[in-house]
Design a protein around this ligand. Sequence first.
Ligand code: SF4
Ligand code: SF4
Length: 359
Amino acid sequence: MLKMAKTDLDAFVDALTEASYVVLAPIEEGEATKFGVVDGERIRIPRLSTRPLKELFFPQDESLLSFDCSGTPDTSIDMSGVLASAGISPRVALGVRPCDARSLVLLDNVFASDDYRDPYYTLRREKTVIVTFACPLPGVACFCESTGGGPYDETGSDVFFMEVADSYLVKVISEKGKGLLQEVSPLLEGSSPERSCILHEADDEDIQAVMEAKAVREQSVNTGVPVEAAVAILGQVDVFGDSAWEEVHKKCLGCAVCTYLCPTCHCFDIGDEVTGGSGERIRNWDSCMFPLFTLHASGHNPRPSRKERFRQRVMHKFNYFVENNDCMACVGCGRCVRNCPVNLDIRQVLAAFAGRELA
Ligand code: SF4
Ligand code: SF4
């Protein structure tokens, strides 16, 4: 385990840049924070960025290919330029929180499985090193522990930073993370006097201190959300028609904020934007909370009201995704809880199902 003073974080970022990495960290955009390119700014790691990490791999909109139909009889399709621009110099996502790092492992089931590999997503995944920071102060809406994660969960991380007093302990998690530190270390050693000892071996006392901090912080996370019990109930066939859906969806406005800010939601739509004989095929985020999402060309809509759409969101996360991938599509980040304009709390929805007898 290595150690670095907190005040050396900016020098660490400089070294990453010097090693030709694009550094992506939480940056402010209005009142929100999102992952963006850091260019000389001081790094500030918020408790959790407002917008999810998924945007770095599955952006809100992106061009999948360009085409030209103007030449007859052939139509040319070009993916090369688009793939080349799909992201991609080597990058470091710095200041990721454990729930967001874990969300990538869940998204890999969708975009990087044996059955289907999305070239845009996988290219970005391959080129990005995830540097996660343990959570010093989990928020009141966080329930990562109840979904199998935690403020010190290392799933999905390549390098893991843990605060202890005025330093970070730095743990290498993956080969990718090891490679990053090996590459950057020479730039931190002796290239200038102030860089000479940025990363050094932690001693036993440091490791003991971080273990104690970890124990205290894990206790402060809300573990009382009965997620597993709800998953068991939602897996029963007759839950689909259960009368509880009438009650739990009532406040929902159908605004889709919960799905857009969710690090694991991944629905999208694809459309062509054409000018003259040429154009681009664009992928945009979509949401199961919108009526048009399932509207058939015939006019029939199998999810005609907000009740069916809300049920779909909950069932997809806590039942269908579990059946398909053996894990739920929720990391307990609490973004949907914090940002729902009518305070519709997914934890209460899960509690409403957990442990109850179904009609
Ligand atoms: S954020 Fe709240 S109101 Fe908006 S769609 Fe989600 S649950 Fe409904
Ligand atoms: S459902 Fe809510 S708590 Fe769970 S991962 Fe999505 S935004 Fe976070």
